[in-house]
Design a protein around this ligand. Sequence first.
Ligand code: PLP
Length: 377
Amino acid sequence: MLYFDHSATTPIRQEVLILLEEAQRLHFGNPSSTYKYGQKSRVLLEKARRQVADSIGAKPNEIVFTGGGSESNNIVLWNLLYSKNKHVITSEIEHPAILNVLHQLRDFGITYTALPVDQKGLVSLEAIKSAIRDDTGLITIMMANNEVGTIEPIEAISKIARENSISMHTDAVQAMGKIQIDVKSLDVDMLSLSAHKFYGPKGLGILYVKKGIKLNPLIGGGGQEHGLRSGTENIPSIAATGLATQLASDQCIENAYHLTELENQFKSALTSHYSRAIFNGHPDTHLPGLVSVTIPDVPSDFMIINLDLQGIAISSGSACSSGTVKPSRILTSLGISNELNVRTLRISFGKDNSADDVSTLVDAMIGVIQKASKYRV
Ligand SMILES: Cc1ncc(COP(=O)(O)O)c(C=O)c1O
């Protein structure tokens, strides 16, 4: 099986899995208990918090463990209910864990402006400035897009937020382990991460909350996680996330180099056999190893199914429901026509992919392109 959908999720790292299993077996104590079983769990919890903090340039008491990237985003957005300023600036290409929540929050008096992006997927700084209103309380723009990989200018956006006394959040779920994240230089107030995107466990998220930013919990109770996320902590997954975050950060530069090499190999091999391929997103400022490519002669579902039959996993930007392929709203935002939209694939390489894997993928894709022309799909 060859897996090229690391933007959807990643397999857990071996060393992280070992730690998770060990903690699951041995460290079952409740970290709030005072006896030794509990205290061992507390040590694991606080070690993980420090590992995460060190990896992103934060302090341990600024790190909150949550149930995933979606939950981290939800905590930020639902807190608008407590804010005096109830207008939000965001982009059209955010994840549903931002846009759907903002849509829902309209029932509670929250308004938002979802800014369009250019053909490369970039949000305009001028458009952000123009969208600011007297009641704008939050700017939330993703660090990197999950379908086309475009990296947004978060530092510059934070500067605008700062100058206008607006809170700044970024969804950095896709960025961790591929580009360096330093909350101080980004100058954000809040930042969301998700462990399963960087070889950690599923169902474990992180929310960075800058010291001094006051948030209210969505889940109240015993007051765990600095009172922001009650419930007995998931110690095995938290310990595993601490290690996964540290490794993702330590190996970020070499990982990015490896992913860029695979990406370049893929692009040149594919275009040398098939010159009609169109690469989407930003040509330079994008996540290493995430390729959005349109194959004008092959519908994406035909390609995905035929590759799957050969044990190769890739995805498309578009969603398939009840047998019909719907264009991806993100590709539409980039100005891609419906016809090309449903012929677009997302290939996201990972740390364990090799040059041989990329050759196999390209050969298989060329085979499917030939098959499609034979059957005129
Ligand atoms: C940009 C982005 N934000 C948020 C999420 C949601 O993260 P999780 O699956 O941990 O809830 C994802 C996952 O696909 C994502 O790509």
